[in-house]
Write a protein that binds this ligand. Structure first.
Ligand code: NAD
Length: 487
């Protein structure tokens, strides 16, 4: 068993308790992990507060902070392959994807390194002749970051990068499932030379560690990625410390294909949208909304592509779909699929959980036309696509917006004016036109409705980790006039 420690106040520690991590490709335990409970959460939050107000970090210039983040970016790039192998081992996400994604994580840190000394205050044109008034932008405080099991290095980078640029200190709680890569990443934080307490990385269970962290009195902001049910716990916890929250949650994202689209390209994008990452992606385009006249042709194309997907060991570079991350996830998908079939949804391909070891599930397509299928409403977070068809553009838009979520969406058409109408009409934080599942550190990312609030990526994300302070300076040497009148 490989052994991991977590990182508090610049020290690597064993934790209050230990628990095992399971390799999803074999179902066997492979790593021994530290479990943080309330005591460790408290130490980490106190260390972050000390670093924020008293340590070397609090005295650094923004440019010096940026240089440290650049160093971290270089270390991530240099260690990308090792981190990718760990993430693949611990979560089952295929090596093809983790190697590319983690190499790109270095660019996220680089982007925010550059932003560190571009966060500016402002001078206000105040309506009083003897006053100078300006706004300082200061770090929001100690940030709690709670991330889910999929893509932990990426989903933490979109929080850690902007928070460091803004000068915050933080406690990052890795998911209890697949935390090994994030615990290993702590070594790079240490090597980059961040002062003790600036970034603390722990792992533990949601109801104990996650809850203790999100309601901790020293925490000013909670940046959360995960499911809506957990988000409700986080928001309730924030009633105690009155921390602000940013919530990046799940989705049931529509993928609309019109008859005039380039169908080959749309089918490839749909495969990327629902079968990449074995469907365990918050932006999964899990509802295909296809024009009726091309439904059969498009489904035949898609079925062929789904059945040609190479399912296999996640560490094999040739594998395209690996195992799901946990048995819990495999059982959830199987149960929701059963309910959908009972409601009348028709299996186009896939659906049968293979025997043998590992948490595998095949690429699955469900024809849900004319059926009130739960698969159209609930998130599988797995490789299952639900299909409905439409006749008119307004029908397509109504189907796209028929969800409580609103994270992502895709539109495939060659008609420019129609594409513009849909961009405006779709209620989601991201609209991809003739593409899908593209991300960049420069482009904000986040949802509407049950998909949460707040944006990650872009300059705005760094500003969200700041708070303003209003400074009033009187420039007159005359005595203050009437003290009983507010000026
Ligand atoms: P989850 O909500 O179960 O867990 C996420 C994190 O919250 C874990 O670290 C967990 O330990 C912690 N947690 C659980 N209970 C808690 C509590 N009471 N208080 C505080 N923390 C608690 O999510 P998951 O199953 O790990 O991940 C899947 C979900 O994440 C899906 O819904 C998916 O769509 C969503 N997701 C969203 C995005 C996005 O950017 N929008 C990205 C990836 C995943």
């Amino acid at each position: 068993m490989q052994r991991f420690q977590y990182y508090i106040d610049g020290q690597f520690l064993d934790g209050e308790a230990r628990f095992p991590s399971v390799d999803p490709a074999t179902g066997k335990e492979w790593a021994d992990l530290p479990e943080a409970r309330e005591g460790d959460v408290d130490r980490a939050a106190n260390a972050a507060e000390q670093a924020l107000y008293n340590g070397a970090w609090s005295k650094m210039t923004a440019t010096q902070r940026g240089k440290l983040i650049y160093r971290l970016a270089d270390l991530v790039a240099a260690n990308a392959q090792k981190l990718a192998e760990l993430e693949t081992r611990d979560t089952g996400k295929i090596i093809r994807e983790t190697s590319a994604q983690i190499a790109y994580v270095a660019d996220y840190y680089r982007y925010y390194a550059g932003i560190a000394d571009k966060i500016e205050g402002s001078y206000l044109p105040i309506d009083k002749p003897d006053m100078d008034v300006w706004l300082r932008r200061e770090p929001i405080g100690v940030v709690a970051m709670v991330v889910p099991w999929n893509s932990q290095l990426f989903l933490s980078a979109v929080k850690i990068g902007p928070a460091l640029a803004a000068g915050c200190t933080m406690v990052v709680k890795a998911s209890e499932d697949g935390p090994a890569p994030l615990l290993e990443f702590a070594r790079l934080i240490h090597e980059a030379g961040f002062p003790a307490g600036v970034v603390n990385i722990i792992t533990g269970f949601g109801a104990s560690c996650g809850a203790a962290l999100s309601r901790h009195p020293k925490v000013a902001h909670v940046a959360f990625t995960g499911g809506p049910e957990t988000a409700r716990h986080i928001v309730r916890n924030s009633a105690e410390n009155l921390a602000s929250t940013s919530l990046e949650l799940g989705g049931k994202s529509p993928f609309i294909v019109f008859a005039d689209a380039d169908l080959e390209s749309a089918a490839n994008a749909q495969v990327a949208g629902i079968f990449a990452a074995t469907g365990q992606s918050c932006v999964a385009g899990s509802r295909l909304i296809v024009e009726r006249s091309i439904k059969d042709e498009f489904l035949t194309l898609l079925k062929g592509k789904a059945e040609a997907i190479r399912i296999g060991a996640p560490l094999d570079m040739a594998t395209e779909v690996g195992p799901l991350a946990t048995r819990r996830q495999q059982e959830h998908i199987a149960a929701l699929l059963d309910k959908s079939l009972q409601s009348g949804a028709r299996l186009v391909t896939g659906g049968h959980r293979p025997g043998g070891e590992g948490y595998y599930f095949p690429p699955t397509i469900l024809d849900c036309d004319g059926v009130n299928s739960p698969s159209l409403v609930n998130e599988f977070f797995g490789p299952v696509l639900s299909v409905v068809s439409f006749e008119t553009e307004s029908e397509a838009l109504a189907l796209a917006n028929d969800t409580q979520y609103g994270l992502a969406s895709g539109v495939f058409t060659q008609n420019l004016t129609r594409a513009h109408r849909l961009m405006k009409g779709i209620r989601a934080g991201i609209v991809w036109v003739n593409t899908y599942r593209a991300v960049s550190p420069i482009a904000p990312f986040g949802g509407f409705g049950l998909s949460g609030h707040g944006r990650e990526g872009g300059m705005a994300a760094a500003l969200d980790y700041t708070r303003t302070k209003t400074i009033w300076l009187r420039t007159s040497d005359d005595p203050i006039p009437d003290p009983f009148v507010m000026r």
